[in-house]
Design a protein around this ligand. Structure first.
Ligand SMILES: CC(C)(COP(=O)(O)OP(=O)(O)OC[C@H]1O[C@@H](n2cnc3c(N)ncnc32)[C@H](O)[C@@H]1OP(=O)(O)O)[C@@H](O)C(=O)NCCC(=O)NCCS
Length: 185
């Protein structure tokens, strides 16, 4: 299959390469980035993440793609599309997700990459709707969901302790195709 590659104004979203993993993990496998993702990954979980992200690309043609900054080629993190598979939650829906290294926060990169990912979901992959999952205490993440025009869907929330063991609940936002089309005009 041809490599997935997508350019935005400042970023490239593309399939993973072997050489991406060391800088990706150095930048994002930190206490700050992983605070609401179950904490820093040990080696076994790093391999598990890699297997999953490469598996999504192989199985669906989309994944949480590597995000590279055009200006200097720096690996900033990932952003893209998977299919929801969190235990206890909705299964098989398109899901948008993001994880950037800390020095890339606050610059609008996540939003730029997420908007491009949503456009791909609706135009290229034919998604009827797209979900996003997070936890109440991850305000930067649900803030982005709000900025993207996604709708809070408490009826889809579910019990799961993977991201925030104390709260034990994952909250859901969803964007319908019709709402996305309306935002574009
Ligand atoms: C969630 C996450 C990706 C959000 O990143 P972010 O940089 O805050 O999000 P955005 O790209 O929307 O950027 C918004 C910020 O950039 C600022 N900004 C600067 N230049 C900008 C530009 N050109 N365009 C848009 N926003 C810009 C905005 O003012 C805003 O700043 P503020 O938060 O101080 O108000 C980031 O916090 C992260 O990687 N967290 C750790 C991993 C994680 O928790 N992932 C989600 C799991 S559910």
């Amino acid at each position: 299959m041809a490599e997935f590659r997508l350019e935005t104004e400042r970023l490239v979203l593309r399939d993973w390469r072997e050489a991406d993993w060391p800088p990706f993990l150095a930048g994002t496998n930190t206490p700050a980035v992983m605070q609401w993702l179950g904490g820093v990954l040990d080696e076994g979980r790093q391999q598990w993440l890699r297997d999953r992200l490469e598996g999504y690309a192989r199985d669906y043609g989309h994944t949480f793609w590597i995000v590279e900054r055009k200006e200097d080629g720096a690996v900033l993190g990932f952003c893209g599309l998977k299919r929801s598979n969190q235990p206890g939650g909705p299964q098989g829906d398109f899901e948008v997700g993001w994880r950037l290294r800390e020095d890339a926060w606050g610059k609008g990169y996540a939003r730029e990459a997420a908007e491009a990912s949503l456009e791909q979901a609706f135009t290229r992959f034919g998604a009827p709707h797209v979900l996003a999952l997070t936890v109440t205490r991850n305000a930067p993440s649900w803030g982005l969901m709000v900025r993207l025009g996604m709708e809070r869907r408490p009826d889809l929330d579910f019990d799961n302790s993977e991201f925030d063991p104390e709260e034990g609940r994952i909250i859901v936002y969803r964007l319908e195709r019709a709402a996305w089309e309306k935002m574009r005009v």
